[in-house]
Design a protein around this ligand. Sequence first.
Ligand code: DGL
Length: 278
Amino acid sequence: MMSISGRAPRLLFVDSGLGGLTVLSAARNSVPEADVLYIADDAGFPYGSKSDEALAARLFTVIGAGVRDYEPDCIVLACNTASTIALQTLRQNFPIPIVGTVPAVKPAAALTKSGLVSVLATPATVAREYTRCLIKQFGAEARFTLVGAPTLAALAEAHASGAAVDEDAIAREIAPAFVDRDSTRTDVVVLGCTHYPLLLDKLDAAAPWPVAWLDPAPAIARRIANVLAEGGHIVGVGARRGQGEIRFTSGQPPSPALLRLLKSHHLTLPAFEAAFAL
Ligand code: DGL
């Protein structure tokens, strides 16, 4: 895929840390030739405990810097906590298409057989008017349980960085998402935080009964492809695999396990790779 200007399309990914990697993986399939700058705002992690005002201000700073440096064709706000508060104002202020991530309420309502769906997300996301409106508008007949998980994103960060995670802690965080009422059980859990698919194996192991975990990443990836096509990028010219770079706002050196993970997502981290000699 090349743009009409002759250069590959550029995607700017932003998340509070590693959660956006789950969206990036899907995007690599839908637009393999796009170049990527991924800003992991780990100095601002967790977004879920910031006030709405502080988070919105931070997003303007982080995205503003990315837009200046990278001149992207599309911004991917790969974070539900950020999208549910700031998507609209960001769109009004940046003249570049922004693809956000918000809880996949509509597909969940279409998928559930039992009629009991849970949205597992950060406490901030489940408290948002935006999320409640989504349910009112698209929840159909399903009954939704909103579960704010205080530390699940941090557990996902630790796991992705190669640290051992406390499986009992995961079980405690997800337990309220499993509702057993009048001999009917939750059968769909919406992963309303981009960090959670990083823990998918562990979520399965900790689940009291099997459920469908709804990861919106493939749908977001399709949206990114459409946005690029609408912007005049032409599919199928040349066979290149896009390049990718990641920047951590903390400037902290990542663990060797994390560097391997980044490499598997075709993301380079020039300042640190040399030091670890990967
Ligand atoms: N990845 C973010 C999301 O999708 C949340 C993590 C955080 O609290 O920073 O909501």
